[in-house]
Design a protein around this ligand. Structure first.
Ligand code: PMP
Length: 445
């Protein structure tokens, strides 16, 4: 690793060079493209991001759950270097190449279930979700899709329709794609009759609404994140996912797990569905798959994936050879360095620290997540009223000390933590110390 795994705060954050670049950004880039923390990046390696002012920040965001293998991971860099020198593009739909096939084989092997599978590759998570819906519709001859409250599936027209939250994702961007229906998510912390009733009642409501408002025979797919990402790391209670998957199977409805944020070791399993033995019909992946290069996939039952007519799936860049080479390097890293185990070890360190923080700060209403996908939900003390202002203040205080943190949640009141799975124990502990101090400072002011 060429970047020293050490935090350095050399200037105010953001520093003067970053401030200058940000002025250029504001003059050149659409105001619609926001930034969480406007430090301008010069280099990054492992769990450290180096900015143009010489600050070295600890990364608790991984570019939104992407660089799980670490930034510029050696095996990814090596494979990309080789591939980019060999050839950069031919279009798999014109003249194919082995790297695409090898990624598809690995996806078929690694995703849950021993059944025969096929994969197709795309560029972004949203594109994968769109294509999973296309496959489900084509294979079933039905059109309706059921999605959940707090869901996030992307920013294209169909995936905006599937995404729950208005601001900033949907506001002023309608009309949206039709035949999308929304049901309550099994969200234990906010379930009206309490967490103990959540699994049973949420399942019953899902069945009732899908039956009454959609009709099983009209329903092509049910789409769910096994742990919601942008929605605030909502973990459904045990039993909910398996029952939804089973019910879909009984009615010939395609159960699609969107593992774009949860996949590839992030939750302490290769895929989050494994925690409850759920085998999705189709699974969408992206983000962590290729160590930072744009790649996404739909993987699933061969009979569904092969139901689509030839030429019906694809795109100019889908499964670009350089992105595929990166994926081969990333997956090799996950296997060789046991990143499933690493995610579990991160949880073993972080969860007690977050629980201790919650015991000191009544503003932390809930600590949740799994593996290296953990979050705290912030509320006005003694209530469950969301506190997005405190959430933003704590996050800003972390940034100022050189820790990259992200927020999430329908109400903007969730601080989420997604460190690279290769983060060293020292940096992890230091990041948690900064978070501790940020809470102390923000809660006091
Ligand atoms: N689904 C989930 C669960 C996601 O977390 C995201 C990205 N945050 C997407 C879909 C969309 O992925 P992309 O931004 O690559 O289009």
């Amino acid at each position: 690793m060429t970047v020293e795994q050490k935090r350095v705060v050399a200037t105010e954050i953001p520093g003067p060079r970053s401030v200058e670049l940000h002025a250029r950004k504001n003059a050149a880039v659409s105001a619609g493209v926001g930034t969480t923390l406007p430090i301008y990046v010069e280099r990054a390696g492992g769990a450290i991001v180096v900015d143009v002012d010489g600050n070295q920040l600890i990364d608790f965001g991984s570019g939104i759950a992407v660089t799980s293998v670490g930034n510029a991971a050696p095996r990814v860099v090596e494979r990309v270097r080789e591939q980019v020198a060999d050839f950069t593009h031919t279009c798999f739909m014109v003249t194919p190449y082995e790297e695409y096939v090898a990624v598809a084989e690995l996806l078929n092997e690694l995703t849950p279930g021993e059944h025969e599978k096929r994969s197709a590759l795309f560029n972004s998570g949203a594109e994968a979700v769109e294509n999973a819906v296309k496959v489900a519709r084509s294979a079933t001859g039905r059109s309706a899709v059921v999605a959940f409250d707090h869901a996030y599936h992307g920013r294209t027209n169909l995936t905006m329709a599937l995404t729950a939250k208005n601001m900033p994702y949907k506001h002023h961007f309608g009309p949206f794609a039709g035949d999308v229906y929304r049901v309550p998510m099994a969200y234990p912390y906010r379930w009206p009759t309490g967490p103990d009733n959540c699994a049973d009642e949420a399942f019953a409501t899902f069945v009732e609404m899908t039956h009454a408002q959609v009709g099983e025979d009209n329903c092509a797919a049910v789409l769910i994140e096994p742990i919601q990402g942008e929605g605030g790391f909502v973990v459904p209670p045990p039993g909910f996912l398996p029952r939804v998957a089973e019910w879909c199977r009984e009615h010939g409805i395609v159960f699609i797990a969107d593992e774009i944020q949860t996949g590839f070791c992030r939750t302490g399993d290769w895929f989050a569905c494994e925690a409850e033995g759920v085998v999705p019909d189709l699974i969408t992946t992206a983000k962590g798959i290729a160590g930072g290069l744009p790649l996404a996939a739909v993987t699933g039952r061969a009979d569904l994936m092969d139901a689509v007519h030839s030429g019906g799936l694809g795109g100019t860049y889908g499964g670009n050879p350089v992105a595929c080479a990166a994926a081969l390097g990333a997956i090799e890293t996950m296997r060789e360095e046991d990143l499933v185990g690493a995610a579990r070890r991160i949880e073993a360190v972080m969860r007690p620290r977050l629980a201790a923080l919650a015991s000191r700060h009544p503003a932390i209403g809930d600590v949740r997540g799994r593996g290296a996908m953990l979050a705290v939900e912030l509320v006005e003390a003694g209530t469950k009223n969301p506190d997005p202002n405190l959430t933003a203040a704590v996050s800003r205080a972390c940034h100022a000390e050189g820790l990259i943190t992200l927020t999430a949640g329908t109400f903007g009141n969730v601080l989420r933590f997604l460190p690279p799975l290769v983060i060293g124990a020292d940096l992890l502990a230091e990041g948690l110390d900064i978070l501790d101090a940020a809470f102390a400072a923000s809660a006091a002011s």
